[in-house]
Write a protein that binds this ligand. Sequence first.
Ligand SMILES: Nc1ncnc2c1ncn2[C@@H]1O[C@H](COP(=O)(O)OP(=O)(O)O)[C@@H](O)[C@H]1O
Ligand SMILES: [Mg+2]
Length: 314
Amino acid sequence: MDAAIECVDLIKTFPGKPPVEAVRGLSLSIKRGECFGILGPNGAGKTTTLEILEGLQTPTSGTVRILGKTWESHAPWLREKTGISLQETKLSEELTVLETVRLFSSFYQDSADPNDVIAQVSLESKARSLIGKLSGGQKQRVALACALVGKPELLFLDEPTTGLDPQSRRQVWELVQNYQDKGGTVLITTHYMDEAEKLCGSLAIVDQGKIIAEGSPAQLIKSHAGQTRIEVDFDTPPGSNWIETGLELSQMENLDPNHFVLHSSSLIESLPKVLEAAKKSGKTIQAIRTHQPTLEDVFVALTGRHLRDEGASS
Ligand SMILES: Nc1ncnc2c1ncn2[C@@H]1O[C@H](COP(=O)(O)OP(=O)(O)O)[C@@H](O)[C@H]1O
Ligand SMILES: [Mg+2]
């Protein structure tokens, strides 16, 4: 029973005219102690998948096992073991931070001290402030405190940093990493590729209710996004043979006589060669730009679309 979270052939169809096939045959196996990410654009089926795994929605078909148990047979036990931060948490604006976290702690038989959890999310100074008076980032940290107060073995986070400023995002990331460092298992959804790269050991990229690629960020980039792009601008044309290309450096485009685009499988090895060749050509480099492939490039390579085509969240 190694897997913390396992689902097989998950399907969720919402009735309607026409019906919406939100999840279309999705299988996952997530190990204990890992931070696993579901990365995909708006409408990909991330929230629906997560809510099924959280026991908040029933699938149309397919099986789910959390810590080896099913929601049908072990819901109260699983509630004790899991912490949930929903995509949109509607906390009561009239309660203070401490009252809110206390309320959530009362849902669990074995919970942490609310004050300790508030300190963990760095909101000590706001413990007696009303939720309604907090910033977006602070509210999100309260939501995390509510998810953590039951001392969960598993943490489900649905787009925990959508709409937050960069500093708040980093605070949330730190919290997630601290939780994982202490042995917790995390399942997180996001449409931010930098978040996925930062936090997740493994990822499933989902699109239209299906997994289209799975692996570590580095594996995904290596197998789907190809090479680093090196652009070189010269002051005067160096001639098309200024550099010898080979295995790890392939010349691709010569956009105009002064401007070259090369593809490299190893930036560290290629860059000195590029500089050396430029020097030998006797011409001066005016500008050099590099672009390392990212998960965004993986998504584009797989779908022909960008991760964030339209609005911010759905
Ligand atoms: N309760 C619902 N009734 C009908 N359609 C829904 C419902 N919940 C989600 N959907 C639809 O299912 C698809 C997947 O939604 P969702 O799981 O929220 O995607 P994501 O979280 O990746 O943005 C979308 O087309 C959405 O409109
Ligand atoms: Mg969602």
